[in-house]
Design a binder for this molecule. Sequence first.
Ligand SMILES: O=C(O)c1cc(=O)[nH]c(=O)n1[C@@H]1O[C@H](COP(=O)(O)O)[C@@H](O)[C@H]1O
Length: 245
Amino acid sequence: MDKNLPIVALDIQHQEAVREFLSAFEGEKLNLKVGMELFYSEGAPLIKELKASGHDIFLDLKLHDIPTTVERAMEVLTLLEVDMLTIHASGGVEMMKAAIRGLEAGTKKTGKKPLLVAVTQLTSTTISQLRDEQKIAVTMKESVTHYAELAMQAGIEGVVCSPQEVSTLKESSNNQLITVTPGIRLNKENRHDQKRIATPFEAGEVGSDFIVVGRPITESKTPVAIYNEIRSQWEAGRAAYKERN
Ligand SMILES: O=C(O)c1cc(=O)[nH]c(=O)n1[C@@H]1O[C@H](COP(=O)(O)O)[C@@H](O)[C@H]1O
């Protein structure tokens, strides 16, 4: 995946609408995220089509199940030769190690190893949900750091978190951990269901490795212009981070 480009979340249900959305980008190579709604609807053939058009693919299915099920599922997902895959860190170390075994078994067959990242706390989660619903009596940063440590213990190279936790994770992992950050908004007034948000510039400035953006682009009347605005803010933020580090 090209770190200079935002990852566009194709949270669209049907392939016709995906094709129409992508036609506005006129053959430009994109980082595309296919999540549950699109994959459950269109499956592997669409992944193949998007790859054949030259795009890099983040297949985000956030696996969370017993270790054997995750291992076997991860093996077959790896056969799709995508660039990035997700699991939930809350599934635990044993489950994450099983995911890695599945990924390695798939990689042996394809020769292409996707980056596996573990979701820490979803960007839609607030501190009160953490405390009252999940009954986790620590701060958001502590909970995210804890899940990131479990992921590293299992041998996972990257995590999904909000830009608000990136500095903490970079510090605690001695800059080893790759961070993928959704919850990106150009306009913070329109956050939808996202709670821990940042602008593309802010995400770049704190050292996020990848940003994921969906509705601000896919629901826009001018998706290409919004994508380009996000991309240039992201580049400026990354440049500011590089200058400081
Ligand atoms: O794993 C993800 O990609 C993910 C993790 C997370 O904590 N928060 C989060 O929003 N996402 C995904 O990132 C995308 C964000 O979409 P927008 O809120 O529309 O920009 C969605 O496809 C979510 O599934």
